[in-house]
Design a protein around this ligand. Structure first.
Ligand SMILES: Cc1cc2nc3c(=O)[nH]c(=O)nc-3n(C[C@H](O)[C@H](O)[C@H](O)COP(=O)(O)OP(=O)(O)OC[C@H]3O[C@@H](n4cnc5c(N)ncnc54)[C@H](O)[C@@H]3O)c2cc1C
Length: 428
């Protein structure tokens, strides 16, 4: 009997759903998660010793509880390793992990792999976005979920997308409603997209719950509003905003920004026909379609793995149909909230790692290739390898900034001591 497990990287809805499906089919699974608990972005659990009662819609809570029960029922076939970071894979299919609990790196060669590492947030830069006190909305939501406590002092939430009202509602329910939510999109300009969204009852019910929480917390939700600049102001920030033609300055302690999410691909090995171990992507890391779709996509990837091993049929039409619906919903949302990118002020920092500004980017020849942007402009060469500035540059230039090729592993910093204790934990 083949003892090598199917590897699943990522303990969010997609990874948990993939792991449960494979284990239910009788195969051993190695489930790797970098945090100390499963949950992913949406079901992030309180930090050890903390209590958190951050409000989440009942539908999501039910979905997660169901998934946890399935994992529990198949626990004998699932080796779950938390606080363990996937670092990379070599040409022979040995996957490398940093076990941060034990302080050692180990290698495993699985029978197949599903990588479900979720999405990363994007922002549109403005002068001052890099200051202390400015944080991504997702980062703030993680802190809220882990500690149960909202940040203290006045908060402004700005950018675009459904995370803004979700976070603002959670902050309001946790006792510190933001002073305002600024959504840059103007949805009333896209009535056809709004009509499409209106027939998606589950997300609409969720949106209505957020709207009610904002109304009760008296949080204004202003469309067509953008942050133009942030400056230090004592212990807080002076934030310039523009709503339509009206300019205003707000004094806040925290500015939480977010302009959407993208699949987390920096350094992630992609499926390739000649790979020593077959790899599939799943969930938001494959296509950012939201939490419900991530569950389906995890199962879809698991069924593909099982089908390749001759253990299941290949009929994925039910999941494909639901994924197509989720795609339609996301496309309508993107049309409803669409706004053209505008060039930021010249002094705007674009690359935090190397301190490169928009003026430095604009000084490059118009026809500079993505490689020249990296090598001549020094964009994407810093510690984050373009993880954060890459999507900004792509949006500003209308062309992608390719990731470093081949990816520079390890994906995350790892201590020399842990590397020196490298072991090969084969079970085959
Ligand atoms: C910041 C943020 C906030 C969001 N908030 C909401 C919300 O409030 N409501 C909502 O409906 N949707 C929200 N979403 C969208 C929703 O979370 C996703 O659609 C859904 O969680 C995707 O599931 P997933 O399993 O694909 O990815 P995720 O849930 O992101 O799970 C990926 C998992 O992979 C792990 N991981 C990543 N890299 C590694 C590595 N190298 N080694 C080991 N483990 C790794 C991560 O720790 C994470 O647990 C949010 C998304 C983001 C990015």
């Amino acid at each position: 009997m083949h003892k090598a497990p199917i590897l699943v990287v990522g303990g969010g809805p997609a990874g948990a759903s993939a792991a449960a499906t494979i284990a239910e089919a009788g195969l051993p699974v190695l489930l790797i998660e970098q945090r100390d608990q499963l949950g992913g972005a949406i079901h992030r659990q309180p930090a050890a010793g903390q209590e958190s009662h951050v409000w989440r819609p009942a539908r999501h809570r039910r979905n997660w509880a169901g998934l946890m029960a399935r994992l529990q029922a198949s626990a004998g076939r699932i080796e779950t390793r938390t606080q363990t970071v996937f670092l990379g894979v070599d040409g022979e299919g040995h996957f490398l992990f940093d076990d941060r609990r034990a302080g050692r790196v180990f290698a495993r060669r699985p029978r197949g792999a599903i990588i479900a590492v979720g999405a990363v947030e994007t922002i549109r830069p403005f002068p001052g976005w890099e200051l202390p006190g400015v944080m991504t909305a997702g980062g703030a939501q993680v802190l809220l979920k882990e500690t149960g406590r909202p940040p203290e002092g006045p908060i402004l939430v700005a950018g675009s997308g459904p995370l803004l009202p979700a976070l603002a509602a959670q902050l309001a329910k946790a006792g510190n409603p933001p002073v305002a939510v600024l959504e840059r999109g103007r949805p009333w300009r896209a009535p056809e997209a709004l009509a499409r969204l209106a027939v998606s009852w589950a997300p609409m019910a969720e949106a209505a719950a957020y709207a009610a929480a904002l109304a009760i917390g008296r949080v204004p939700y202003r469309c067509g509003g953008v942050v133009t600049r942030a400056e230090p102001d004592g212990e807080g920030l002076k934030v310039g905003i523009r709503v339509g033609e009206t300019q205003q300055v707000l004094r806040v302690r925290h500015l939480l920004i977010h302009d959407g999410i993208e699949p987390n691909r920096t350094g992630i090995p992609l499926p390739a026909p000649d790979a020593a171990v077959s790899i599939l992507l799943a969930g938001d890391g494959r296509e950012a379609l939201g939490a419900d779709a991530a569950l389906l996509d995890g199962r879809r990837a698991a069924m593909q793995v099982l089908a390749r091993l001759g253990l299941a049929g290949t009929d994925a039409s039910r999941d494909e149909h639901s994924l197509q619906r989720a795609r339609g919903f996301q496309a309508a949302l993107a049309r409803a909230l669409h706004s053209e990118p505008i060039a930021p002020a010249p002094e705007t920092v674009i690359c935090r790692c190397e301190g490169r500004s928009y003026a430095d980017l604009a000084a490059l020849p118009d026809d500079a290739s993505p490689r020249e942007v990296r090598l001549m402009g020094r964009f994407g060469l810093g510690a984050c390898q373009g993880r954060f500035c890459g999507p900004m540059i792509a949006a500003l230039r209308g062309r992608p900034l390719p990731a470093a090729t081949p990816p520079r592993w390890p994906l995350r910093p790892v201590s020399v001591a842990a590397l020196a204790r490298l072991t090969n934990d084969e079970t085959e």
